[in-house]
Write a protein that binds this ligand. Structure first.
Ligand code: PHE
Length: 436
């Protein structure tokens, strides 16, 4: 093992990798239906406010911890207090749970790319999708392919793997999204969709709206599990953390906005109801593509976009665990990637089968896929985020972090780390467990 820690080649490389992690299925698939279910414009306003306060706080705290400790999530928290290693451990656990199901969705996307050209000739889109995900072999094989691709990129290391992949894929992703947005905005009645997205309907705001917006912000920004600690540990910049990292939440939010401007006009133009969940992407969209000129082309563009977004996120998820295995258990990168991929392979195949032969196997009334998603995004990420703020704000001290130039900004930041963020997150957690 080399004793010199790898780094990103530049500040830009790190920002791209972090933005790659944040921009993912959370923006392209989860954001539109959560926004739709919670009142469109009203949700959007609250969501933006949360990203700018709590979301930004989490990104800055995590990045600063990583840059300071120059080690994995567990090590960075142990550096605050040896007893805090478990907080990083929650992140490792969250990553280990998200990777299998995230990669299963990645596999579905690959399958839809492979069939792009026949997809638009289908008769029954619902049936096609449900038959596909319930079958035992093809989705599992596509999952393995997606996981393998993720593993290969992570194995290539920080600069040659993740940084390079994100530097190519992130700009490509923007171009593809812009193409789709223009197509969508030029459909008849597109304006109705735009109005729905931007015009706040205040009567729809309830406590639930806040909780949903907070959950969406955590998932979409990839915070709470040590991804930014991990990436921060590979930083090669001494600049203030805010100055380096502000583009990350900005880009993530921009992609969510562009996605809204793509999905809602299309949904309104075709008079389709806003179906929640996977169906929006895998059923509604192919349906739309089937009825527009050059549909197969747009379908290919759309699923290529999803694939890139999902890949740059799955890489970051795997990197958290791989960095942990390398730093704490002194494994070589190769061994870490292989052993972790094998573990994820087992988990992912089980998750994939949970739509078919294993659909009768339920934990807490949920199939494995849903249970993994719930456990990771609704329990582990917020818990991790809460504890990271407590450890930093109350034990380490925010003044030990190198985040802002201005004293006033630093004060506001410290207040957010110590009070606003942990209290808000605790409220969400208590709500999830049913205490609020
Ligand atoms: N932020 C990613 C997305 O929006 C998902 C993710 C969550 C990635 C947590 C890493 C950690 O799809």
């Amino acid at each position: 093992m080399s004793s010199v820690r790898a780094t990103f080649s530049s500040k830009l490389g790190m920002v791209m990798a972090a933005a790659g992690s944040a921009v993912g299925l959370g923006n392209l698939w989860r954001f539109p239906y959560v926004a739709a279910e919670n009142g469109g414009g009203a949700f959007l306003m609250i969501y933006l406010a949360i990203v700018a306060t709590i979301g930004l706080t989490m990104i800055l705290v995590e990045s600063a911890l990583g840059m300071r400790a120059k080690t994995d999530a567990v090590g960075a928290l142990k550096a605050i207090n040896p007893k805090f290693g478990f907080i990083g451990g929650i992140g490792i656990l969250a990553g280990s749970i998200i990777v299998p199901y995230y990669c299963v969705i990645g596999g579905w996307i690959m399958a839809y790319i492979a069939e792009s050209f026949s997809l638009t000739t289908l008769e029954n889109f619902e049936e096609h999708f449900s038959t596909f995900i319930a079958s035992p072999v093809p989705p599992a094989l596509y999952f393995v392919l997606f996981l393998g691709l993720t593993g290969v990129i992570v194995y290539r290391g920080i600069q040659n793997g993740i940084e390079k992949a994100c530097k190519i894929m992130m700009p490509a992703l923007f171009v593809l999204l812009l193409i789709l947005m223009v197509r969508s905005l030029t459909l008849p009645n597109a304006l109705d969709g735009v109005k729905f997205f931007f015009k706040p309907d205040f009567s729809k705001i309830t406590g639930e709206t806040f909780l949903q917006a907070l959950g969406q912000a955590f998932f979409s920004l990839s915070v709470g599990m040590g991804i930014y600690i991990t990436f921060g540990s590979y930083a090669n910049t001494e600049a203030k953390v805010f100055k380096t990292m502000w583009p990350v939440p900005t880009l993530d939010t921009l992609v969510s906005l562009l996605t809204g401007l793509t999905i809602f006009p299309a949904v309104f133009a075709f008079g389709i109801s806003m179906n929640a969940g996977p169906s929006l992407v895998f059923i509604t969209f192919p349906k739309i593509f089937a009825s527009i000129p050059f549909g197969a082309f747009f379908s290919l563009v759309f699923f290529a976009l999803l694939l890139m977004a999902a890949l740059t996120s799955s890489m970051s998820l795997m990197e958290v665990v791989v960095t942990f295995l390398c730093d704490q258990w002194k494994m070589t990168r190769k061994k870490a990637v292989i052993s972790y991929s094998l573990l994820s392979l087992v988990g992912g195949v089980l998750v994939s089968l949970s739509f078919g032969v294993l659909s009768g196997f339920k934990i807490g009334g949920k199939i494995l896929f849903d249970q993994f998603d719930f456990l990771a995004s609704n329990i582990l990420l917020p818990t991790g985020g809460f504890l990271i703020c407590i450890a930093t704000g109350w034990v380490l001290g925010v003044d030990k972090l190198n985040v802002f130039h201005s004293k006033a900004a630093e004060k506001a930041f410290a207040f957010s780390v110590r009070y606003i963020t942990p209290i808000a997150v605790a409220a969400v957690l208590l709500n999830v467990i049913g205490l609020i």
